[in-house]
Design a protein around this ligand. Structure first.
Ligand code: FE2
Length: 469
């Protein structure tokens, strides 16, 4: 009687401390009657003649909010740490052992779930309101905001990843001269190690590149009314303008707007494109188709295949062009330009201006800047090529930091894929690249299957594992 009365007092104190540790009012758990009931058990473990063949109590968790244990000096209690190590709870004279029971874990989970629900209600209604304005991030900046809205605040995990150690100085993105020597070997090395490289001497006049950047920039810098005509979330439409592909799926929005259009195999009609950039989009995407064909030839050879192999598989057939606009951000340390992801493409050709901000993950540990090289284009391997090459080539994980400069950043992404449009074409690891020693790592898939997954997840969710055998 005496001991249990003392324990009730101690229990009240522990619940107060646990409430504070949960970040709630100190009476929170007591008010939920967690401290009200108590059941005392006296355990007696007689000496065992064959202790290696029996146990004192099998592993378990307690069906309590908390349990307070008083033990003598014999020892024997162990607790599982991190699901892997059984650690002795060595007796400390005069100490009591407190352990969290199932009911308290449940309360904590309920609280977390409620908080998450509140946050998602809050951010999804903010996202909806933002979406309905159709003004994009550029519109927010033009409104003169000094602080980014809550929905753009990146998660702690994302922000922490931006503080990871810088890469060693010798790690720089390969730049390959397409008219130079050993092109196939260089592409093979870059595609295997980086999944991303820059190309120069690619045959597209710099003047066309400049006009393309300028055209996309002009689109985004028009009056909102001129852009709203294209605003949509139907990603199968020929031409759309939107902000944040995964606005309703992601935990936080990115500081970026996009104009996207399908340019191959059927280019859009000039009159269906925005007048400020329509002509240059058609001209540029034609040039990119030619460069894409050349790159797929070299990539085929780099895989040890006939130079037409990837083209014959239809890898160079479809193209989707996206003009990304990253307005200057008033709080670039709190948000991102584009969350980390791999591309839904065979390859992607990226044209960027001189602002910078693109980074690629090297060796799963270092985020390396893809520093703009005047006149160069960035090539990155997408998920489809990683899959059909049976992991020989690596789909590059990349991201864009929020634009902290006073100038906007503009880039043009040409994705070799049917993107979000249906395609029943089946792909799988190329037969010539699999063998008994190197069996297929992926099952066959249709592009539609991939794009359905892509469209339903936040952008930083890995997709390839869905197809892994
Ligand atoms: Fe990308």
């Amino acid at each position: 009687m005496e001991y249990s009365k003392e324990l009730l007092n101690l229990g009240e104190l522990v619940y107060e401390l646990l409430s504070e540790a949960l970040g709630v009012d100190s009476d929170y758990l007591k008010d939920m009657d967690c401290a009200k009931s108590q059941f005392i058990v006296g355990q007696y473990y007689p000496p065992c003649p064959q202790p290696d063949l029996a146990i004192g109590i099998n592993k378990h968790t307690d069906s309590s909010f908390i349990t307070i244990l008083l033990q003598d000096n014999i020892g024997g209690l162990q607790v599982l740490y991190d699901s892997q190590y059984w650690v002795d709870v060595s007796p400390i004279p005069g100490a009591l052992v407190i352990n969290i029971g199932d009911l308290l874990q449940k309360k904590r989970e309920e609280k977390n779930r409620a908080e998450e629900a509140m946050e998602s209600i809050d951010s999804s209604s903010q996202a909806k309101a933002f979406d309905e304005t159709q003004i994009g991030v550029k519109g927010l900046v033009d409104s003169g905001i000094k602080e980014i809205p809550e929905m753009f605040r990146a998660t702690q995990a994302t922000l922490a990843s931006f503080k990871s150690p810088p890469p060693p100085k010798h790690l720089t993105i390969p730049t390959i001269d397409l008219k130079g020597g050993s092109v196939v070997e260089k592409i093979r090395g870059a595609a295997e190690r980086w999944g991303l490289f820059q190309v120069v001497n690619h045959g597209i006049p710099v003047e066309v590149l400049d006009r393309m950047i300028q055209g996309m920039r002009s689109f985004h810098e028009q009056e909102p009314e001129a852009k709203k005509r294209f605003y949509s979330r139907d990603h199968t439409r020929d031409v759309i303008y939107y902000s944040n592909f995964d606005l309703y799926n992601s935990e936080s929005a990115s500081w970026r707007d996009t104009l996207g259009c399908y340019t191959a195999p059927e280019p859009p009609l000039l009159e269906d494109l925005p007048s400020v950039c329509g002509e240059v989009i058609l001209e540029y995407s034609k040039e990119i188709m030619n460069l894409g064909e050349l790159l797929f030839e070299r990539l085929s050879e780099a895989l040890g295949l006939d130079s037409h192999h990837l083209k014959d598989m239809g890898c160079a057939k479809s193209q989707y062009v996206a003009g990304q606009y990253y307005p200057p951000c008033p709080q670039p340390d709190l948000t991102i330009g584009l969350n980390k992801h791999t591309d839904i493409s065979f390859i992607t050709i990226l044209l960027q201006d001189n602002i910078g901000g693109l980074q690629v993950l090297y060796d799963g540990q270092y985020w390396v800047d893809v520093t703009p090289v005047p006149g160069a284009l960035v090539i990155n391997i997408g998920d489809f090529l990683q899959l059909i090459s049976n992991d020989k080539f690596k789909s590059a994980e990349h991201r864009v930091i929020a634009n902290g400069s006073s100038e906007p950043r503009t880039s043009v992404v040409s994705v070799f894929s049917t993107f979000m449009r249906a395609s029943s074409r089946v792909y799988g690891p190329i037969k010539n690249l699999v063998s008994k020693e190197n069996p297929a790592k992926y099952r066959d898939f249709t592009l539609t299957e991939f794009s359905t997954i892509f469209g339903s997840k936040k952008i930083d969710t890995p997709k390839l594992h869905h197809f892994r055998i």
